[in-house]
Design a protein around this ligand. Structure first.
Ligand code: UN1
Length: 519
């Protein structure tokens, strides 16, 4: 059964479809239409930002502990709807059901963390350099936050923005990915109803990328938007960074990755293989934390590749409602783009992991495939061994089920190779040597480092974010994201009854600098 999804501004659906109509289909069974979407135009984005601007002061007046209670209720409502939301994630973007349930859990974890933050949101008392004067700091909400998210984590990653932004007293305009609109609408309803949010505090805009960009540009010019959060590609992220920079704002950017895994001679190879399978091919390699390249020591290279190839060939692929390692691409356009990435494979590479490359179809089958291969958009996993540092496949993100492998001789070189593509989101090292762990941690440019764990699977309360082409240094999750959605205000209060000038009217204690202890 499908239904029509619209934008919702100030609590009311936006009429018509000035941006056109699209259908969201199940990527594992394209004949299954999940939802029809009435797309908005740029003016609807501006209207949503204006509605948020109007609603925000009232929301900021709700005491933070009461906003924390709203977050607590949202968490409970999400938990009560966990299975149906996970089923929708699986149906709309093809993430295997067990992973989809984990994704929903990540929203609940985020709520669990921030419900208590409503009773903290601490400021500080700070001693003054003068008597009868007090210094304080306060966290103020930023104002109106615009959030634009990808559809590979269609509900968890949006919650990383929406939950803390709301908790901090901001109003929000959220634009979910146009290939996961039903998930977006479902999360929107869970937040609004679960939290009992007043109209206009959270607004939903369904629009394509260019329309959203135009709407955002206008809303920024009109002064309706104070902060932008964006999860998506590095190319779009840099356009958003440029746009917000013109308005003297710094966006919270969570972009792509070319996440390395270093496998050292002391590594437990089977453990590293299991992690490479999960982080390389889980969600069909379409996480920003997906494994890009395995950088494996030359002494264990052949053994690792043989075991990784075997595990990948045996991995179950197909119907995401069954117990598979991965299902379809998020949407047809991702399958098309993946074909381009496969074009980067060169004669000096060895391709392993499946019976073919590209689309899995009846004509290009994969052994052990679960389901009807012609019904959806599924791709063969590819291990590309023998990648070199100047290969495009080594340097660029290949959003899809493709993992490169290269060999190294000494750890310094492995770290250099790991940093070389210029991204810096996640990274991993498999080793039993503490010295190697610390050398890697120190040398790697990534914001996140896993030791004997895969590149993906970050917990919801540690700082999440990257450097270089992976972001602008912003961090989400836990206490760290509070700096994205609040601004520090410093207050000084002089009750001395006179004007005490900082730096000038400060009492000086006089040291005896010539004092020495006698023998
Ligand atoms: C993303 O792909 O945008 O660490 C986020 C992970 C997930 C989040 C990924 N918890 O893989």
């Amino acid at each position: 059964m499908s239904r029509t999804i619209t934008s919702i501004v100030a609590g009311a659906p936006v009429a018509g479809a000035p941006g056109g109509r699209i259908a969201s289909t199940n990527p594992a069974r394209l004949s299954d239409v999940v939802a029809e979407v009435a797309l908005a135009d740029a003016s609807a984005f501006v209207a949503a930002a204006r509605a948020a601007r109007e609603a925000q002061p009232g929301w900021a007046d709700v005491p933070a502990p009461v906003r924390g209670r709203a977050i607590a209720h949202i968490g409970r409502v999400v938990e009560a709807n966990a299975e149906s939301l996970a089923r929708l994630v699986t149906r709309e973007i093809g993430k295997p059901y067990a992973e989809a349930l984990g994704e929903v859990r990540e929203i609940v974890d985020t709520c669990d963390f921030f419900l208590g933050e409503g009773r903290r949101l601490y400021g500080q008392t700070v001693p003054s350099e003068m008597p009868d004067k007090q210094l304080f700091t306060f966290r103020n909400p930023v104002g109106v936050v615009s959030v634009i998210t990808a559809g590979n984590f269609p509900v968890a990653v949006p919650s990383w923005y929406l939950i803390p932004a709301l908790l901090c007293g901001n109003a929000v305009v959220w634009k979910p990915a146009d290939y996961s609109p039903a998930c977006g609408a479902a999360l929107f309803e869970l937040l609004v109803r679960g939290g009992g949010l007043p109209d206009g505090v959270l607004n939903l805009v369904m629009a394509d990328g260019e329309t959203t960009f135009a709407g955002l540009e206008q809303a920024l010019e009109l002064g309706y938007v104070d902060k932008v959060g964006f999860t998506g590609s590095s190319v779009v992220g840099s356009r958003i960074g440029e746009l917000t920079g013109r308005h003297l704002q710094s966006a919270c950017l969570e972009l792509g990755g070319k996440n390395p895994m270093v496998v050292t001679p002391s590594a437990e190879i089977d453990l590293a293989v299991e992690a490479a399978l999960f982080s390389g091919f889980g969600t069909a390699g379409q996480r920003c934390t997906s494994l890009g390249t395995v950088i494996v020591h030359e002494s264990v290279h052949d053994d690792f590749v043989a075991r990784f190839d075997k595990a990948t060939r045996q991995a179950l692929v197909g119907d995401p409602f069954r117990d598979v390692v991965f299902g379809p691409m998020l949407d047809e356009k991702f399958a098309e783009r993946f074909e381009d990435y496969l074009g980067w494979i060169q004669p000096h590479h060895t391709v392993l992991g499946s019976t073919a490359t590209g689309r899995i179809t009846a004509a290009s089958p994969r052994e052990g495939f679960i389901g009807d291969p012609d019904a959806g958009v599924l791709c063969h996993p590819a291990i590309v061994d023998g990648v070199r540092e100047d290969d495009t496949i080594f340097r660029e993100e290949t959003f899809g089920p493709l993992v490169g492998v290269t060999a190294y001789a000494d750890l310094k070189d492995a770290i250099r190779l790991a940093n070389s593509p210029g991204y810096g989101l996640s990274s991993s090292i498999y080793t039993r040597e503490p010295a190697e762990v610390f050398a890697f941690r120190r040398g790697i440019s990534a914001g996140m480092v896993s030791v004997n764990n895969s590149t993906s699977g970050a917990e919801a309360h540690l700082p999440f974010g990257g450097n270089g082409k992976s972001g602008n240094g912003s961090r989400q999750s836990g206490i760290w994201v509070l700096d994205q959605f609040t601004r520090w205000q410093s207050v000084n209060w002089d009750y001395s009854g006179r004007l005490q000038k900082a730096q000038m009217d400060v009492t000086e204690l006089v040291p005896d600098e010539s004092f020495r202890l006698g023998d």
